[in-house]
Design a protein around this ligand. Sequence first.
Ligand SMILES: NC(=O)c1ccc[n+]([C@@H]2O[C@H](COP(=O)([O-])OP(=O)(O)OC[C@H]3O[C@@H](n4cnc5c(N)ncnc54)[C@H](O)[C@@H]3O)[C@@H](O)[C@H]2O)c1
Ligand SMILES: [Zn+2]
Length: 295
Amino acid sequence: MVPGHEIAGEVTEVGSKVRKVKVGDKVGVGCMVGACHSCESCANDLENYCPKMILTYSSINTDGTITFGGYSDHMVANERYIVRFPDSMPLDAAAPLLCAGITVYSPLKYFGLAEQGKHVGIVGLGGLGHVAVKFAKAFGAKVTVISTSPSKKTEALEHLGADSFLNSRDPDQLQGAMGTLDGIIDTVSAVHPILPLLGLLKSQGKLVLVGAPDKPLELPVISLIMGRKTVSGSSTGGMKETQEMIDFAAKHNITADIEVISMDYVNTAMERLAKADVRYRFVIDIANTLAATKP
Ligand SMILES: NC(=O)c1ccc[n+]([C@@H]2O[C@H](COP(=O)([O-])OP(=O)(O)OC[C@H]3O[C@@H](n4cnc5c(N)ncnc54)[C@H](O)[C@@H]3O)[C@@H](O)[C@H]2O)c1
Ligand SMILES: [Zn+2]
């Protein structure tokens, strides 16, 4: 299985009943391509939480075939799972918004952090984290980036426009920021302690985990009790909200920072990914690679 679920392209053909898009439109497909459309989640535009949700790759589709993702010269998708890109949206730099973007946009909105004057912490400055900073700033929030890499401070403040930076390995810096945040979006992909993060929250503050460590984290219950704090998770977003996110991003000039590569570079890209040597997403240009290799 070659995955890929941040897919952008142009419509080349539509079915006779399709009204949402037409040939030539710029569109995207994200993490899912189907759901049951009859459960409570589906009725509330939360296909992402449907128990029968069909993932864009490695799932069984309604016709019994396996879904193969987006690393392909074409794909067929149901119009409900297609996101329209406004004309100003570049296909390459907008593609990562279809997973990374919606995954941080949705919890910022749902947990009441997408508001002027809220103070939001973003933990982990990778693919998800860097767009989280951009969305939170566009919502008018005050943004603090929390990272184990002090080398990312200049990047966070000067390039991404965060208001402050905390080195999560520096106890003095953490102590000085205790009780200051309304919410935190935690994008860290590895097991890490959440006690210091809970300490940064105000009472009633919310820690939202979107990074997916492969082992359980320790839950410091006393810290939750003392301050009525919440720890939650969040997974991508429904199709209605994904369209809203893309429209919002277009209006506020938000895209991902990317490095476009051709298909024959993927092994090197994988090696560089393992060393966290990318700012912040590789985007594979399938169409141009294939065009260049056609006899
Ligand atoms: N909830 C969802 O719906 C959803 C959607 C997409 C991705 N994810 C998950 O989110 C996570 C992040 O994805 P990404 O694309 O931003 O990855 P990424 O590799 O670009 O970023 C991960 C960040 O975590 C940091 N990090 C890694 N290990 C760390 C550690 N031990 N301590 C502190 N920081 C550490 C990295 O430096 C990096 O900044 C992954 O686990 C991914 O599977 C979840
Ligand atoms: Zn459903």
